[in-house]
Design a protein around this ligand. Structure first.
Ligand SMILES: [Zn+2]
Length: 158
């Protein structure tokens, strides 16, 4: 799947972890970064090294430790929102790549089996459509969940 789509999906999914208005951009950024992360394995055992649950867990723990080291109080107070935003971006990237022909090596390095429905080619229109469908569905769900949909509807109604 196209990398910008993973980034968008990560950013939107992370909105669910934002506890307040000013956490929205921070969570979205962490989700976008998480959504980008797995494809850092492009040049090294692609779809394996970073497209598995172990690298996701280790990556999230490393982020938790790194954020803990930054001497900014706010980061510590909201550390779970930020880490979970990052993790959901990474997780959804793995999930979405499962729909592409190659699948994902979910339990690598302990298993060399690739998983997923494996429906489309990675750069196909169907893959892009699915990605944007997921992103739009998540955004709409979050707007309803957060109550922002009411504000938007009020603006539309005038
Ligand atoms: Zn990928």
């Amino acid at each position: 799947m196209h990398r910008p789509v993973h980034v968008i999906i990560g950013a939107v999914a992370a909105l669910f972890f934002a506890s307040s208005t000013y956490m929205i951009p921070l969570c979205a950024i962490m989700g976008a970064i998480g959504g980008y992360m797995p494809d850092f394995d492009l040049r090294f055992k692609h779809r394996k090294t970073l497209h598995n649950i172990f690298s996701l867990i280790i990556g999230s723990i490393v982020l938790y430790i790194l954020l803990g080291l930054v001497p900014i109080d706010m980061l510590h107070r909201y550390i779970w929102q930020l880490v979970l935003s990052f993790s959901i971006g990474w997780l959804l990237h793995i999930f979405c790549d499962g729909f592409t022909k190659r699948g994902v090596y979910l339990f690598w390095p302990f298993s060399n089996k690739s998983y997923g429905p494996k429906l489309f080619r990675s750069n196909s229109f169907a893959s892009l459509a699915l990605g944007f469908g997921i992103a739009f569905g998540l955004l709409l769900s979050w707007l309803i969940y957060s109550g922002y949909i009411e504000i938007i509807l009020d603006i539309i109604r005038g």
